[in-house]
Design a protein around this ligand. Structure first.
Ligand SMILES: [Mn+2]
Length: 235
């Protein structure tokens, strides 16, 4: 079985809080490529950014607004053909049928566990509502011309997770490999950090699929038959 895994589109309000930044037609061509080269496309969270609305914590209102602003694209993403795993910026989606907080694939004798990755973020795990309010305030500031407000939130999150100088890839990789060993899977796949990473340790292959915002096309490719686990880019 061939899996194409991509995450962190951060589709938003099509204003200066929206980090997606792609031409929609071109993005459809990317999705065509993922569908043509795999048996299953998996969207690994933060596909919609429901935290930058004009009303705090009104997540489903944002889903409706973003779905209208990106009509054809969101219909394709949430239409049922792609497997959707929720992230921290679109956690409300897990209330929809078919959307889960993690996915486990078992094929050709290999087990692959996929989750967005915020489960390993200390601040988000302990205070998800506080984080959503922080994101709302950051978005409101950015919208009023305080450019850098959202980047400042990223800095706070880094500080809460061991400091800005800590090796983010190593931090997530270490925690993910520990979980994979506990859950007895050979491969664990995350997004969330917006940094691609592919590494084998202690008999586990860790893959971070990167992000698809601001002009980037980063995804993960897994072939359970050949055992390939790769961080890839498109275009
Ligand atoms: Mn995330």
């Amino acid at each position: 079985m061939k899996l194409a895994v991509c995450s962190d589109f951060h589709l938003g309000r099509r204003d200066n809080t929206d980090r997606f930044g792609h031409d929609i037609g071109h993005f459809h061509a990317y999705l065509d490529h993922l569908e043509e080269t795999s048996d299953q496309v998996i969207l690994l969270g933060d596909i919609l950014d429901t935290h930058h609305g004009r009303i705090p914590l009104a997540f489903f209102r944002e889903v409706r607004i973003i779905s209208d602003l990106y009509a054809g694209l969101v219909d394709r993403l949430l239409g049922g053909k792609m497997r959707v795993v929720s992230g921290n910026h679109d956690s409300c989606l897990s209330q929809l049928p078919g959307v889960t907080e993690e996915a486990l694939f078992e094929s050709d004798g290999r087990r692959i566990l996929l989750m967005h990755g915020h489960q390993f973020d200390r601040l988000i795990r302990t205070s998800p509502t506080l984080c959503a309010i922080g994101n709302y305030l950051g978005g409101a500031a950015e919208r009023r011309g305080f450019s850098g407000a959202l980047a400042f939130l990223d800095w706070i999150d880094d500080a809460a997770n061991g400091g800005v100088k800590v090796d983010r890839n190593l931090l997530y990789r270490t925690k993910a490999v520990e979980l994979a060993l506990r859950r007895q899977v050979e491969t664990i796949v995350l997004g969330h950090t917006h940094q691609q990473d592919c590494h084998s340790a202690r008999g586990v292959t860790y893959l971070n699929v990167g992000a698809n915002l601001a002009g980037r096309f980063e995804y993960g490719f897994i072939d359970t038959k050949s055992g390939a686990v790769e961080a890839r880019t498109w275009g």
